[in-house]
Design a protein around this ligand. Sequence first.
Ligand SMILES: Cc1cc2nc3c(=O)[nH]c(=O)nc-3n(C[C@H](O)[C@H](O)[C@H](O)COP(=O)(O)OP(=O)(O)OC[C@H]3O[C@@H](n4cnc5c(N)ncnc54)[C@H](O)[C@@H]3O)c2cc1C
Length: 462
Amino acid sequence: MADFDFDLFVIGGGSGGVRAARKAAETGIRVAIAEDDRFGGTCVIRGCVPKKLFVYAAQFAEAFEDCAGYGWSVDGAAFDWPTLRTNKDTEIGRLEAAYRAGLARVGVALFQDRAVLDGPHTIRLLNQDRQVSAERILIATGGRANRHRALNGHEHCLTSKEAFDLDRLPQSIVIEGGGYIAVEFAGIFNGLGVDTTILYRGREILQRFDMDLRRLLHAEYENKGIAIRCRDIFTRIDKQPDGRLTGTLASGDVIEADAVMLAVGRIPNTENLGLETVGVETGPTGAIIVDDYSQTNIDHIWAIGDVTDRMQLTPVAIHEAMCFVATLYHGRPTRPDYENVPTAVFSQPEIGTVGLSEDEALRRFANLDIYASAFRPMKNTLAHRSERMLVKLVVDADSDRVLGAHVLGPGAGEMAQLLGIAVKMGASKADFDATMAVHPTAAEELVTFAEPTRRIRGGETR
Ligand SMILES: Cc1cc2nc3c(=O)[nH]c(=O)nc-3n(C[C@H](O)[C@H](O)[C@H](O)COP(=O)(O)OP(=O)(O)OC[C@H]3O[C@@H](n4cnc5c(N)ncnc54)[C@H](O)[C@@H]3O)c2cc1C
């Protein structure tokens, strides 16, 4: 058998790569990992973690408004962007150090370097100009924001990456995109006092989420002063002598703003990775093609996480890493499971959801019972805030199984985690009904629905 430097070489130190390297090393094999930027990857450095910290920061604006109804007064409340940015940097620095320490503790060799495939079993570390060999290679290089290079003037725009580290907050911003990153950043910027517009080519923001949630979030965002323009796109962006940006739209309208952010999807990091050198196949978007077990067309090369463009979420990348380690190093072939993945959108109000939207359920099931309730959460009463909450269950009328559970409102992300267990276990509407309510909560609506709001039979709504 050939003598390799390592049993496993992981390229990319993000959510998936770090977990795979650490868990594989715990089995006693020789593991190395290369990261060309910062350990922790997208999620820790420029994704989930800093985003959630910014969401918390943005939520204080409404908390200060709401507190008056509860007898509090907060005079002279002021926001300082550099303080938030610096504190965020300190926290992600702490997390990055914890990631490195966790890898080192189990004996993983860390390379702070860009790694590319150089031959079937060889990896070149570009900065060190060094070659190492490995029996198996795991590619976990993630993705990056699409900079929309076809757009004239794209170079004047931000993506989510730069938005975390702005020198100063703009007074106004237009965010192009309707996915969760666009919607979350719109909530953040608006909460921090920036005049915010969403520009989206589709008919409604948050494609693939349940339409009732999408419509209500749209309405609540407009109530907060976020402008939303659907069915339109930028055709060019021009920078004015004073630094402001002018965006021309396909409709012919023109929008001016201090900043434009592009949140128009993500691109897998597969360029210049040496994939062609060893013949690893990629699909039309550049994502690495893998089988059900995350194996590429080359037997000893595997790929997990965003670089495979299956489901771009941190827990999914981590799950794929765990399945990879179980398959190869615990002798338990394990396929990642993508059924009923709960997820959240940290909009304000936030979304928590698991299972099928009503539209998806309609495509797969003939008879549905829909239970939905929109109401003002109790906290908003004394605050005199009109913002509503939505709780919705999509139920297969034939089996009584809950196919989808959807919440828009405070705590929805936390609820989705627990709803995820129930839906994953195949809970029926009767199981929900048999569960005692927790009172007074908003979540109790989920277990107190009496009659369906709508009965859909054979695709027809009654
Ligand atoms: C703004 C934003 C918010 C998000 N919010 C959420 C959220 O709330 N919840 C959620 O679940 N997901 C969220 N995500 C998605 C989540 O961050 C990703 O799904 C997750 O990070 C994917 O992990 P990964 O390991 O596949 O890739 P990544 O975390 O992207 O890690 C890949 C790593 O590989 C490195 N790399 C690339 N090429 C090389 C090379 N040749 N050599 C060495 N290193 C290399 C990169 O520098 C990077 O560190 C968010 C993403 C963004 C952009």
